[in-house]
Ligand binder design. Structure first.
Ligand SMILES: [Zn+2]
Length: 204
């Protein structure tokens, strides 16, 4: 489920569609959370290697910690990569705004968190663009992501959370415990699929 103050918009002919904010989304806001309407395909699901579906699945899915392919039913599947993203996926199963996102600004995430195979060339247009996303980026960047997530979570209770109804009970309990005590933070490494370097499905 994607934050309501967003819309799908053509970013450019080269990039295609993306998701932009229609109103200020403050730092610390949950921008996306997986919900039961999302399509979840197990790693061995036959459609993943089906020639008519493989490209669509690869384009619009992310992989969770179990290696399953998750295809968001709503506009969340159009979120693009940025090496300097406005949101980050967290170890709590939701995506969090890590800075204030202004109206018209694009909602982006780092695809390295999506456990995807090599992806690129990237078109972020940022001076520190990594050029491509590699599976081993996850382990290299996780510490920095966690620092930014923890900083943004300090704002969690001070901002509107229109997606809070969609957080699972275990996620809500884990987050509440961390926010109350400052202990038991659930690292982004909980979203790491350990076999992400495996050869992706190919159809020749
Ligand atoms: Zn980049």
């Amino acid at each position: 489920m994607l934050h309501p103050n967003t819309r799908i918009q053509l970013i450019s002919d080269e990039i295609g569609s993306g998701v932009v904010a229609t109103a200020l989304i403050p730092k610390g806001t949950v921008v996306y959370v997986e919900d039961p309407l999302d399509i979840v395909l197990a790693p061995d699901h036959p459609l993943i290697r089906h020639p008519a579906y493989a490209d669509t699945i690869e384009t619009y899915s992310y992989r969770d910690a179990s290696g399953s392919y998750v295809i968001c039913w709503d506009g969340a599947k159009y979120i693009n990569h940025a090496c300097n993203p406005s949101t980050l996926t967290t170890g709590y199963g939701f995506e969090l705004a890590i800075r204030d996102i202004q109206p018209g600004e694009e909602i982006t995430d780092d695809y390295a968190i999506y456990n995807c195979p090599v992806f690129g060339p990237l078109r972020c247009g940022e001076p520190d663009c990594r050029g491509e996303v590699r599976p081993d980026d996850f382990d290299r960047l996780a510490h920095g992501w966690d620092a930014r997530i923890r900083e943004a979570l300090q704002r969690y209770q001070d901002v509107d959370q229109p997606l809070s109804a969609y957080l699972s009970d275990p996620c809500r309990a884990a987050l509440a415990g961390y926010l109350r005590t400052g202990r038991g933070y659930r690292s982004i490494l909980n979203a790491r699929y350990q076999d992400a370097e495996e050869t992706p499905p190919q159809w020749a």
